[in-house]
Design a protein around this ligand. Structure first.
Ligand code: CAA
Length: 379
């Protein structure tokens, strides 16, 4: 596998690094402190073609590959993991399943909205009693004439209170277990759709997480995504791709923390020399750098495999598991290098550490990634 980035990928990285420095970094602390959805930056990301960038040009997108999307999420997350998460969810969990499983009519209707139309996307699988055991959702969709009537609720939905388009999973035949789950494209304007509790989270404050509720919600029959009963497979396949996004996000968090710590330790003098000159600091940096390099290779490998149409379930899980655990380790160690200052809100370390934690939990916990990896080892 060739890991040299193409001129196009290098250009995308440069563009996103500049955008992150000029637009994302200046508001990252306030976004966190005030729990603000970074609306203006998301609008600018639509204008730049980053939102829905893998959507083919015929539907308004850029026709970019999964590696390009991963690079964007990585760069944004170096300064604001919330912004990275909003993009990762929109691109990986909403645009991707509609592109992969949608009918021509569905693609023609929804993909332009999600690229040039500035409509934000989300993915609704998790329920109060169906987290890691994703197949146990109780949301039901009953066919009545030319539409389904959906009842139930979903929790922890990223982009939940800002999204316009949701990919939702519901039981269409309770007697069939996972084969009774179907996927639907739902609009927030559908009668019976409502937003419930806005979650107050430890981190990722700029990423809008909410419960969504369906009360006798009318879903047109033609909004079923993929075939009836194929919803669980669609959810799993979508999460394979989504996990590359979270790998890229957590990689970006680790890289951002590493850069902040390098700059700080070079300037912080204790015991007569910059603390970057102590071997203890240097060995810690060596481990951080090694993990970022390994995580980058795993993430880009998974993205390239997805781009080439190969199966990449195991690679995506490995990348997500490794990068999220490395982000947690790196932010914790980087904060330690800042000493007492790291524990204050004068520096971004405590925010980065809080943001890193969720990457070990959502889109499949670290334990679920180990299930997925071992299930794909021919044991
Ligand atoms: N691609 C396609 N199909 C897949 C698949 C994949 N990667 N993995 C499994 N399947 C299929 C299987 O082939 C099987 O299909 P058949 O019955 O047709 O053979 C079916 O799915 C059931 O497979 P399993 O028996 O392996 O499923 P399971 O119930 O044992 O679950 C699991 C396995 C890996 C634990 C899965 O439940 C899982 O990934 N759980 C975690 C869920 C998760 O990541 N949730 C995150 C929610 S989204 C989110 O966080 C975003 C947000 O907005 C915050």
């Amino acid at each position: 596998m060739d890991f040299n980035l193409s001129p196009e990928h290098l250009l995308i990285r440069k563009m996103m690094a500049e955008f992150t420095e000029n637009e994302v970094k200046p508001i990252a602390a306030e976004t966190d402190a005030k729990t603000l959805y970074p609306r203006e930056n998301i609008e600018k990301l639509f204008d730049l073609g980053v939102m829905g960038m893998c959507i083919p040009k015929e539907y308004g997108g850029q026709g970019a590959d999964p590696l390009a999307s991963a690079i964007c999420i990585e760069e944004l997350s170096k300064q604001c993991a919330s912004t990275g998460d909003i993009v990762a969810t929109h691109n990986g969990l909403c645009c991707d399943p509609i592109l992969t499983h949608g009918t021509e009519e569905q693609k023609a209707k929804y993909l332009p909205m999600l690229s040039t139309g500035h409509k934000v996307g989300a993915f609704a699988l998790t329920e109060p009693n169906a987290g890691s055991d994703a197949s146990k959702g109780q949301t039901e969709a009953k066919l009545e004439g030319d539409h389904y009537v959906m009842n139930g609720s979903k929790i922890f939905i990223t982009n939940g209170y800002v999204a316009d388009v949701f990919v939702v999973f519901a039981m269409t035949d309770k007697s069939k277990g996972t084969k009774g789950i179907s996927a639907f494209i739902v609009e927030s304007s559908f009668p019976g759709f409502s937003v419930g509790k806005h979650e107050e989270k430890m981190g990722l404050h700029g990423s809008p997480t909410a419960e969504i509720v369906f009360t006798d919600m009318i879903v047109p029959k033609e909004n079923m995504l993929g075939r009836e009963g194929k919803g669980f497979n669609i959810a799993m396949q979508t999460l394979d791709g989504g996990r590359i996004g979270i790998a890229a996000q957590s990689l970006g968090i680790a890289e951002g923390a590493l850069e902040e710590a390098k700059a700080y330790t070079k300037g912080r003098v204790q015991f007569g020399k910059p603390i970057s000159k102590f071997q203890n600091t240097q060995f810690t940096f060596a481990d951080m750098e090694l993990g970022c390099e390994a995580g980058r290779l795993l993430t880009y490998q998974a993205a390239m495999k997805k781009g080439s149409g190969e199966r990449y379930t195991k690679e995506a899980a490995m990348a997500k598991l490794f990068c999220s655990e490395h982000a947690m380790k790196t932010t914790t160690k980087a904060l330690q290098m800042f000493g007492g200052y790291g524990y204050t809100k004068d520096y971004p370390m405590e925010r980065m550490m809080r943001d890193a934690k969720i990457t070990e939990i959502y889109e499949g916990t670290s334990e679920v990634q180990r299930i997925v990896i071992s299930a794909n080892m021919g044991l």
